[in-house]
Design a protein around this ligand. Structure first.
Ligand SMILES: CSC[C@H]1O[C@H](OP(=O)(O)O)[C@H](O)[C@@H]1O
Length: 353
């Protein structure tokens, strides 16, 4: 069973409401850019690639209905700006907005409003297939790289948060590497962290793994270092919300401490991310804006209080892992690269061996 986080056909968009998983499978209609903004902001849909895809597809739905009238370029620009503001850390929505805006402005030079709308819709619809294709390449490159160090045996992976079909258009990034290892018959087990406070691991990654029969064990975030010491972890593989020019990576909070623990245990630490999650305009992780989310996401679960009333809360949704701790490499659809090779790889000056 392959999970569909996003259901789209021209003029119609639904998203799997991930706030209700794993106990309820409910698809919400997304009829407008504002619907998408609210779904992204509330994390009904989440995951850097999925945020960009759902945001842009909501624009395609409105354009199909004739939005923008005689001036679709202004409507497109305002919509993309609004969508980009929903969650500031992941780069994918902002990157897609810049690229789509450049495309739309160029197209508007020689197309009328109706032709422009159709052309932009086609550009957006291509994102779906492109993302899944990228993820399959990431999965295969990552699996081969990890297996190159383990000639015959099966491997054990530790991963964080959710980076699977529920975070992308399908297959996933870090979880895509796990899927590829499983398909090759070389995955002994994947350990997935609970990933407090939103519990992407216990609610989403566990859901995907159980649904597909991937051998997986759930641990709490606080068990990660002990798991690395006791469970013969071959590699740690995580996703990314924004990889910057020197390889520093923003990802779900807790990733940084996993990288420190992996370094201590001599376990290679990989980041799996498509080039759409990379941002060469920022030199280092110091430049990345970290989203801070509402305290209630930490002090309650499903509306049930789990913390002392009145306690103050700090709830950063992400942290930044310095490139020095990404010892296995950055797994992209172009190949696996050291952080120091990333810029050359993404600008076509370096190709994977
Ligand atoms: C391929 S998903 C990348 C990234 O997005 C997740 O964050 P969130 O669930 O808050 O959207 C997590 O950091 C994943 O690693």
């Amino acid at each position: 069973m392959t999970l569909e986080a996003i259901r789209y056909r021209t003029g119609s968009l639904q998203i799997l409401n991930q706030l209700l998983l794993p106990h309820q499978t409910v698809y919400d209609d997304i009829r407008s850019v504002q619907d998408a903004y609210e779904a992204i902001k509330s994390m009904k849909v989440r995951g850097a690639p999925a945020i960009a895809i759902v945001g842009c597809l909501s624009l395609a739905v409105e354009l199909r209905a004739g939005a923008g009238g005689d001036d679709p370029v202004t409507f497109i620009r305002e919509s993309l700006c609004h969508l980009t503001s929903a969650r500031p850390t992941a780069v994918n929505m902002g990157r897609a907005a810049r690229e789509l805006m450049e495309f739309a402005e160029n197209e508007s030079m020689e197309k009328n409003s109706e032709q422009l709308r159709e052309s932009v819709i086609a550009w957006i619809e291509d994102m779906l297939e492109r993302d899944v294709n990228d993820n399959r390449k990431i999965g295969n490159y990552g699996a081969q790289h990890i297996l190159s160090g383990v000639p015959r045996d099966s491997v054990t992976i530790l991963t964080h948060c959710n980076t699977g079909s529920l975070a992308t258009a399908g297959y996933g990034t870090a979880l895509g590497v796990v899927r590829s290892l499983h398909t090759l018959g070389r995955l002994k087990r994947v350990y997935c962290t609970e990933t407090r406070p939103y519990n992407q691991g216990s609610r989403l990654t566990a859901y995907e793994a159980v649904a597909e029969g991937i051998p997986a064990t759930l641990i709490t975030d606080s068990m990660a270092a002990l798991t690395m010491r006791e469970m013969h972890i071959t590699a740690v593989v995580v996703g990314a919300d924004r990889v910057v020019a020197n390889g520093d990576t923003a990802n779900k909070v807790g990733t940084y401490q996993l990288a420190i623990a992996a370094k201590h245990h001599g376990i290679p630490f990989y980041v799996a991310a498509p080039s759409t999650s990379c941002d060469l305009s920022l030199e280092s992780g110091r430049d990345i804006i970290i989203e801070v989310r509402p305290p209630e996401e930490l002090t309650s679960i499903n509306g049930v209080p789990i913390a002392a009333p009145g306690i103050e809360v700090w709830n950063p949704a992400f942290d930044v892992t310095p490139h020095q701790l990404i010892t296995g490499g950055i797994i992209t659809e172009l190949g696996v690269f050291l952080p120091s090779e990333l810029q050359a790889a993404l600008t076509g000056r370096l190709t994977a061996l």
